[in-house]
Write a protein that binds this ligand. Structure first.
Ligand code: HEM
Length: 423
């Protein structure tokens, strides 16, 4: 995979590191320590430079209206990682490396355009309609309660490992028909694979991710063979039985659903805990008015977006907001920036669980690639956070929570807490 890393990650890594050292805010946002710890001052600095800014690697926008318009604009396609400003000969190297099926290479629906995208998304979409997800409500509630029962009343815990990651992994594993005993493996593979969403990752991180995808590939082979013999009532069984996707596409879809199903929602739950504990007045309001919980989840998604950025590629030369974009140019869309655009969200840094238009955030993206799991994530967020604060009303942080070393995904990897007495 060395060629692949060189062609896709090597040049952006060099550019980002050099520029970050010179203090360039975009490079620091996408590849520096402050982009992980606190991206928001950098986002505001870049917003101040205009609605679209030219950066060392691409164009970028932090503007809500433009992000939304581009996500819905058929003149833009999904970004292929090699479309950042990379010399042409290096791009050619990429095609020579056969990859294990994974979420960030075609035919994963995340990185292909219509009409192929439509064909990959449609067979899966019926399992994620709001009505289909509503049927999972009891299951989400039971899983959440069981996890809370297992936490030591009056004791301490790492809330990410023991709760925030466990709710989504349990639900998506069940939806895909994987046995409970394999959840720990998925958590480990997920942690190794998520850096692939970032730009300019190290050769070691890239290699580790690819090795994890290889092992996962073997695992999926065995699993799919089992489902062919004995299909269940899970999503993968339905896809296997329908026979529309070949094995490579099935495995790419399975790895995408698995990763997307928990690597993002864990951030929603973790970020929500920190927001609520840092704003006791808002938590008190939720205790008084529990009907505000769904809106509070939208506000958590808005103020600390679990997926900070996505990107699109211009499919033709065009003018956008007075700038001349060339075919193949990449435009980074800061979802986190759009969510704090003061033109749409007055006083954007204020965390307000009753904010009337909180749900206008772009944390689930928009357009044809809008998050397929949004209803599920919302439901898990509401149940998990509400039940946690009801069962442990005196919950407190017990030291600084540690951010994940990722740029695109934004959340915590460790969150020591004192639980207090169980109510
Ligand atoms: C796509 C965010 C949870 C499945 C996306 C995208 C975003 C996103 C931003 C689109 C990226 C783009 O436009 O380039 C989130 C957040 C979540 C979450 C913030 C939790 C808080 C989930 C869950 C699932 C899921 C629980 C369920 C399996 C997917 C899939 C796609 C997707 C399959 C690809 C859709 C497509 O390309 O057509 N998600 N997601 N997500 N998400 Fe989620």
């Amino acid at each position: 995979y060395w060629f692949r890393w060189l062609s896709q990650q090597g040049t952006p890594r060099l550019v980002l590191r050099t520029q970050a050292r010179r203090g360039d805010p975009f490079a620091r946002l996408m590849g520096g320590p402050d982009g992980i710890a606190d991206p928001y001052p950098l986002i505001e600095e870049l917003r101040g430079r205009g609605r679209i800014v030219r950066t060392s690697l691409s164009w970028a926008t932090f503007d809500h209206e433009l992000c939304r318009a581009v996500l819905r604009d058929p003149r833009f396609g999904v970004r292929t990682p090699e479309s950042f400003d990379i010399p042409k000969p290096l791009r050619l190297l990429k095609g020579r490396t056969p990859m294990p099926p994974n979420p960030v290479d075609p035919p994963s629906m995340l990185v292909i355009d219509p009409p192929e995208h439509t064909a990959m998304r449609k067979p899966v979409a019926s399992a994620f309609t709001p009505r289909a997800i509503a049927k999972l409500r009891d299951r989400v509630e039971t899983v959440t309660e069981e996890l809370l029962d297992a936490l030591p009343s009056g004791g301490s815990a790492d809330l990410i490992a023991s709760f925030a990651s466990q709710v989504p992994i349990a639900i998506i594993s069940e939806m895909l028909g994987f046995p409970d005993s394999d959840r720990a493996r998925f958590l480990a593979w997920g942690d190794l694979a998520t850096p692939l969403l970032d730009v300019g990752i190290s050769w070691r991180a890239h290699h580790r991710a690819m090795r994890a995808m290889e092992v996962m590939d073997d695992y999926f082979d065995g699993h799919i063979a089992r489902l062919r013999r004995e299909p269940g009532d899970d999503i993968l069984s339905t896809l296997v039985t329908a026979g529309e996707l070949d094995d490579y596409a099935l495995k790419a879809t399975a790895s995408l659903l698995m990763g997307a199903g928990f690597e993002t929602t864990v951030n929603l739950i973790g970020n929500g805990v920190v927001q609520l504990l840092s704003h006791p007045d808002q938590l008190a309001r939720l205790r008084e008015e529990p009907e505000l919980w769904p809106n509070a989840i939208e506000e958590v998604l808005r103020i600390d977006s679990p997926v900070q950025t996505t990107a699109r590629t211009a499919l033709a030369d065009m003018e956008l907001d007075g700038k001349q974009l060339r075919e193949g140019n990449t435009l980074v869309l800061s979802l986190a920036g759009a969510n704090r655009d003061p033109k749409v969200f007055p006083d954007p840094t204020r965390f307000d669980v009753a904010r009337p238009n909180a749900k206008d955030h772009l944390s689930f993206s928009n357009g044809v690639h809008a998050c397929l799991g949004a209803s599920l994530a919302r439901m898990e967020g509401v149940y998990a956070l509400r039940a946690l604060f009801e069962r442990f009303p005196d919950l407190r942080l017990d030291g600084e929570p540690r951010r994940r070393s990722l740029f695109t995904l934004h959340g915590y990897e460790r969150m020591p807490v004192r639980l207090g007495r169980r109510a």
